[in-house]
Design a binder for this molecule. Sequence first.
Ligand code: ATP
Length: 288
Amino acid sequence: MQLIEKAPAKINLSLDALYQHTDGEFEWQMIMTSIDLADYVQITLQDSPQIEVRTSKGYLPEDKRNLAYQAAQLLRHHFDIKTGAIIEIDKHIPVAAGLGGGSSDAAAVLRGLNQLWHLGLTKAELAHIGLSIDSDVPYCVYSETALVTGKGDQIQPLGDLPNFWMVVVKPEVSVSTPRILHALNCDQITDRPQTDRLLAGIQQQDAQQMTAAMANVLTPITNQRYPQIDYLMQRLTAFGAEKAQMSGSGPTVFGICRQYSRAQRIYNSMSGFCREVYLVQPLKNKNH
Ligand code: ATP
């Protein structure tokens, strides 16, 4: 038996860290959405007990370091499954980019094996299991616009966003999320998102209110190491984006605009000097 799961990239419309728990983990308050840039994860059941991972990118690990492998093993052990699976990942999401590619692959494996092994788990149960893999996995199990709180494990779906386009730009550097988080001090954050206003903007389908309330508290930390982030955000707004922001711990930045023709112009302008540029939209719930 076999199926293919779509594993979309995630974008942080906002990212705030309220405080640090005693175990060192952060209390997050984030509004995340998923975009039409996705990996495709094919899962084939096999009688032998092995989990085998293959990816379309030669430099990615295919052993237990791969988050998709970890997801499959976690479910296998949790539910004492004796058989195995072959997981083939057709990779499109840039790696170590702040787009949650590995987490989305892991979440796709959780959703896919839940079906193929007839486990009957709810999304909330899959999200709970996935948290031990990475803090973005619970969100990725849902992969729909949501308020994400706690250590990444509290997911509250918000319904569809108002219509807008996003120009997503991945600079040619890779960022290590743990290194960025190590430098984060909640008492020193100056520019926080206005989460309540952002939630109201989404509820009222008011893109202008939404963009005015967005922010990512990790931006100054990543930008200090990679100043091209600020530069690219400035270019996005200079070319006409209504808002430019970094996603996750970076380095990917994105510009938002409501008009397709303007988004296309920004896309063309950014493509003139950046290799990895995508013109995308947030997924609507019916796309899932
Ligand atoms: P996050 O912000 O959640 O850390 P990211 O988008 O910045 O995510 P990923 O693309 O998930 O980063 O990659 C981070 C690291 O995870 C890379 O060093 C990569 O080798 C490893 N990794 C493990 N499994 C995968 C996978 N299936 N796809 C991509 N990277 C993976």
